[in-house]
Design a binder for this molecule. Sequence first.
Ligand code: HEM
Length: 439
Amino acid sequence: MPESTTLVYVFMGMFGLKMFIDYINRSASRGPYPPGPPPKPLVGNAFDFPTAWPADGYIEWGKKYNSTVVSAEALGNRIIVVNKREDAIELCERRAKLYSDRPYIPILNRLSISLTMEMMYGIEIKSADEPCIALAHKAVKLGTDLLMPGGSLANIVPVLRHIPAWFPGATSLRKADMIGRMTEEVIRIPVDQVKANFNFCEQEEGKAAPSFFTNFIEKKQTLGASNEEEEIIRNIAYTVNGAASDTTISSTGSFFYLMAANPDVQRKAQEEIDGLTGSKRLPTLEDRKSLPFVEAIYREVMRMRPPLPLGVPHRVTEDNYYKGYLIPKGLNSICDISRAMTHDEEDYPEPYTFKPERFFDENGKLIGDDRVIAYGFGRRICVGKHMASSTLWLMMASVLACFNIVKAKDENGNEIDINHEIEDLGLMQYVFVNNFAWV
Ligand code: HEM
């Protein structure tokens, strides 16, 4: 064997040994980590992550290991799941400096459908069949499951993403590949449309509808901008568009379902609105303070069905200790918003009952705590929460002022029972499709 090859082997052997010793030292001196399922040799907890109902699965872990913060690990990648609102506030808000990064989610980092097309691109969507909306719907359907740690093994063990999509058994990678291609199209179509509109308006001396993206194109033409800058703007428009539309649609669906399922609540809100407007006009945002029961419905819808049941993971940027447990740098922290926090019996007695009254004190006054946990925590809290809150409140008040949401009828005129089995799947939940109607 040539001397140089021997040297390479010796060097590699020493390097491997050093890594092994470092690993043993780290394992011996670090920790303890928050409790969780016992790891198996080599794969750790790779096969323990709950996939069907993750939000419920993580509560079970909490109960089983008697801790509100639980953790699991697969091949060196650890996550913590925060099951209590107080813990989320302590970690994501008081320690915001350490808990505000975002993880790289290997399997899928962009997906969306579109409602905010106008705001981002100045494009008015006339039908849900328009190509980029229909494509985005498909991508969301395919992709939501893959987004969470248990959705694909490659989210837990990033190295697996290097396996080619054609490899037998790599179903989630094939899905991700397909979603990636759909996403490219969903980004391209509105951008091309904005550019075409822009050129047309220039020729006709008209004005393209103002939007985030058209503003950029205007500036690019006058001040210049690089292709990289354009790509960044394109991706921001796409991300905000997606973050805003999926969640708002999900909450709208939940509102319709909960109104159809709770006609007494609906009636009470309608009486409140009619008492203020005299049924002569639509409620406006200025009326919000004068309609506390509608406000309580908004809070209760967001409590019962947060569109993102597990929020969006935050990445920890420095080692730190919490309740005696090590939370290491690089770990992804997930808040179980839905089941563990907004359905916490201590904070919300009878958590599975739709009860807007819970937001009133014994004197019938709306309680001051208007924090909606569904928008997340800390520096990464939803940047669109004020817009979402106004949009959703106005939608709820306007629909209640004009319509009764009732059970749908079959072709013989018989009411179709609401399927309460349909559980809160967050973004995947468009419950209004079959179960009820507005009249
Ligand atoms: C029902 C409505 C909505 C809900 C429940 C919701 C919820 C969330 C949640 C849970 C997060 C992650 C927070 C965290 O990491 O702790 C988030 C992030 C985000 N939301 Fe919303 N959202 C809604 C509507 C909107 C709207 C209308 C917009 C834009 C106009 C928007 C833009 C964003 C953006 C850009 C992020 C990423 C922020 C970041 O990474 O720093 N969202 N949202």
